[in-house]
Write a protein that binds this ligand. Structure first.
Ligand code: IFG
Length: 525
């Protein structure tokens, strides 16, 4: 008798396994999903919602921006599902099987990016204070669907999402990446690829390092030789390139549609050889410099005591401000080793006045904190903790980009073929397992505007190399910017990242497969 029970159990079990494998595993527990950045709160209700060919997207109210967010979701889901989703404005309730967006804000807090994602069996509802929160919710929805949702050609589905409620909002208001397009130039299309990828991790700023010794990458109509000559080469002697003002505006618009702000940087008074090579009068000795294709730093300086220098700065900042809807103009200020200290102080004071004149706030590398900071100026901490502390002493906010944690051009370890290691070797866990609020004495959470991960491109020449250095470390830094410290834990994160890797693969991201992460074996996926 006993034997027959056992054999029946074995038969039942093997049937169960074979049935299970022939139909996709039904997602059942929302709290077991691997969303990055981790949401603030997740409650599972054990069922699932299916996106089908009958799914449409309903929006409540008149917001054009909300309609654009809904359309963005429809556009993102179409390639893999093949579904043509209609956007339907309603003042009532959505039909069964639909996705429903609604706004709950009254416009008094435009910076609020919070959202609630209520996934029922009948309706998937996104409610957000502002359209930006609804856009952030789309990234969560993408990560709750099977990885195949990122395919650019039709996948087989079914497109199921586990039911429950996610309430979510960012810890820091500024969560960014910086791309250095000066050392090596990257095209508009490549910058848009970067924007797509950082949007997926709910970042909301792309800082473009537009000028340096090796190249001037933004057209300035009143000083055309800056790009005609200063944009004509790059590190290693390649052809360089630059963004026309029309191309820059195209990038700004593309970012804006993804609720990402562009922060343009004109690095001054140092890191200016491209400008000094383009206009002789900008040099103290009146002689134009040679174009530079090496990777040294600190050898150049604008001529601080010449009036023409401030005509130049004013023209550049004016034209750039007119093209930049975001609140910040970054004026650099780093490594001005060829500028006398008193000249540096003099220059940075005048440069900040010019930025303020055009209605923008100043961002500058942390050396700027050695000068008197204008109202609203922000110091970007990269190297000297004492400068971060100086900024706080002046009542200024600090943007955290500590080179030893966030510099994406740092090699992962001694075997990494790309990148540098002057600050540190930064493995995936090093980039994740730190807290801005406790890194620097005297600089607490209230002093911190947010985090930003710079990619300097002395050694990075194309989008594949960029993706290899940026991912997966940027995902971890995005979580530092979004998820509260109490919910951030490397042991938990590396499991989520391990499962998340398949999504990066399907998106065609050439990410670094760190051995610190328990990536699944190929056949386990
Ligand atoms: N420091 C320089 C960058 C770049 C970087 C490479 C800053 C603020 C070293 N300045 O980082 O221009 O050369 O890792």
């Amino acid at each position: 008798m006993k034997q027959s029970y056992v054999s029946m159990a074995i038969v039942a079990l093997s049937l169960g396994i074979s049935l299970g494998s022939c139909k996709k595993q039904e997602p059942s527990d929302l709290t077991k999903e691997s969303v990055i950045p981790a949401p603030v709160s997740v409650t599972a209700t054990g069922g699932y919602f299916t996106i089908s060919k009958n799914t449409d997207i309903y929006i409540k109210g008149e917001s054009e921006e909300l309609r654009q967010v809904a359309q963005h979701l429809a556009d993102r889901l179409k390639p893999a599902t093949g579904f043509e989703m209609e956007i339907i404005q309603t003042s009532g309730e959505p039909k069964r099987g639909s996705i429903f967006f609604l706004l709950t804000g009254d416009g008094t807090n435009p910076a609020d990016e919070s959202y609630e994602l209520a996934i029922g069996k009948k309706v998937m509802q996104v409610s957000a204070v502002n359209p930006a929160g609804a856009f952030r919710a789309i990234q969560t929805i993408r990560q709750l669907l099977p990885p195949e949702i990122e395919l650019s050609t039709s996948g087989e589905g079914p497109w199921m999402v586990p039911t429950g409620v996610i309430s979510d909002y960012p810890d820091y208001s500024y969560r960014g990446m910086m791309l250095d397009v000066a050392r090596h130039f990257f095209s508009v299309e490549e910058v848009k690829r970067v924007i797509d990828l950082i949007a997926y991790y709910k970042l909301n700023v792309l800082h473009l390092h537009l000028t340096d010794d090796q190249g001037w990458r933004i057209e300035i109509k009143s000083w055309p030789n800056l790009t005609a000559h200063g944009g004509s080469t790059e590190v290693g002697g390649g052809e360089g390139g630059f963004f026309t003002q029309e191309q820059y505006s195209d990038i700004v618009k593309y970012a804006h549609e993804r609720h990402i702000t562009i922060v343009p940087e004109i690095d001054m008074p140092g890191h200016t050889n491209a400008a000094l090579a383009s206009y002789a009068e900008l040099n103290c000795d009146g002689k134009a410099r040679e174009l530079y294709t090496g990777i040294k730093v600190g050898f150049s300086s604008l001529c601080v005591r010449k009036d023409v220098t401030y005509k130049f700065v004013d023209d550049v900042i004016r034209e750039l401000s007119e093209l930049t809807p975001g609140p910040y103009i970054h004026i650099g200020g780093d490594e001005s080793h060829s500028t006398k200290t008193e000249d540096y102080l003099f220059f940075m004071e005048k440069a900040q006045e010019i930025v303020s004149k055009y209605g923008k706030s100043v961002l500058g590398w942390d050396e700027i904190a050695t000068t008197r900071l204008a109202e609203g100026s922000v110091a970007q901490f990269w190297a000297k903790a004492s400068n971060a502390q100086k900024a706080v002493e002046q009542g200024a906010k600090v943007l955290f980009s500590p080179a030893i944690k966030t510099y994406l051009d740092m090699q992962y370890d001694t075997t990494t073929k790309l990148g540098l290691h002057w600050a540190a070797y930064i493995e995936v866990d090093d980039a994740y397992d730190w807290d801005p609020a406790t890194l620097v004495d005297g600089v607490g959470k209230d002093n911190i505007l947010g985090v930003e991960a710079p990619l300097w491109t002395e050694t990075i020449t194309n989008i594949d190399e960029l993706e290899y250095m940026v991912f997966p470390r940027l995902a971890g830094i995005a979580e530092i910017g979004w998820t509260p410290a109490l919910k951030r834990d490397w042991v938990d994160y590396r499991e989520r990242l391990a499962k998340h890797g398949e999504r990066l693969k399907i998106m065609g991201v050439d990410f670094y497969q760190s051995d610190r992460v328990p990536w699944p074996e190929p056949d386990q996926q």
